[in-house]
Design a protein around this ligand. Structure first.
Ligand code: DAT
Length: 174
């Protein structure tokens, strides 16, 4: 039997915008696999040094790419990470950048235990649409889509929209 071709989807955006919540739910509803790059790096200790300012390990991007290559070639993977410029462009068929209004994001990150500079820098990252610009510079603009992620209605709408896109992609490519 021929194996169905499946798309690879990148979900990116500032920490706290809802990538993990969306990615996991999407994987459950579609049967695609979900990979959280932060967790993958933690499990495999795919780090290269330590950031003294933010008190966190620095991702070893080359090792992350090597680790994921085979799975990405197979297809059907949802990747979740708050950065997107080091993945090979050819990996992804579509890129979603989740966006959240400042006050919502501030509250979510505060609930996560962020404070001071870390909290401010992340909220600023969203205000300056840093990740959206990174995505626009790293992928063809036609495949980069911003999605609002302020409330549960946004989340549900995004899920439905992405599921429709996946179904159409599967029809077109199989
Ligand atoms: P990320 O993976 O981008 O860091 P998350 O999925 O962990 O974000 O979500 C952060 C918190 O915000 C978590 O408590 C769930 C909540 N959240 C995410 N998306 C939301 C939405 N659209 N509406 C309301 N709450 C949301």
């Amino acid at each position: 039997m021929r194996i169905m071709k499946k798309p690879n989807i990148l979900i990116t955006g500032t920490p706290g915008v809802g990538k993990t919540t969306l990615g996991k739910e999407l994987a459950q509803r579609t049967g695609l696999s979900y990979i959280n790059v932060g967790e993958l790096a933690q499990e495999g200790q795919l780090f290269d040094g330590f950031d003294a300012e933010y008190q966190c390990p620095i991702l070893d991007e080359d090792r992350v790419v090597d680790e994921l290559e085979d799975k990405m070639t197979e297809g059907g993977v949802i990747v979740d990470y708050h950065g997107c410029d080091f993945f090979p462009e050819r990996w992804f068929h579509i890129v979603f950048v989740l966006r959240t209004d400042n006050t919502h994001l501030y509250n979510r990150l505060e609930n996560r235990g962020y404070s001071g500079k870390k909290l401010q820098d992340n909220v600023q990252c969203e205000i300056f649409q840093t990740i959206y610009e990174e995505a626009m510079e790293s992928y063809k603009v036609e495949i980069v889509h911003q999605l609002p992620s302020n409330d549960p209605e946004d989340m549900e709408g995004n899920l439905e929209q992405i599921i429709q896109w996946i179904e159409q992609w599967m029809k077109d490519n199989n």
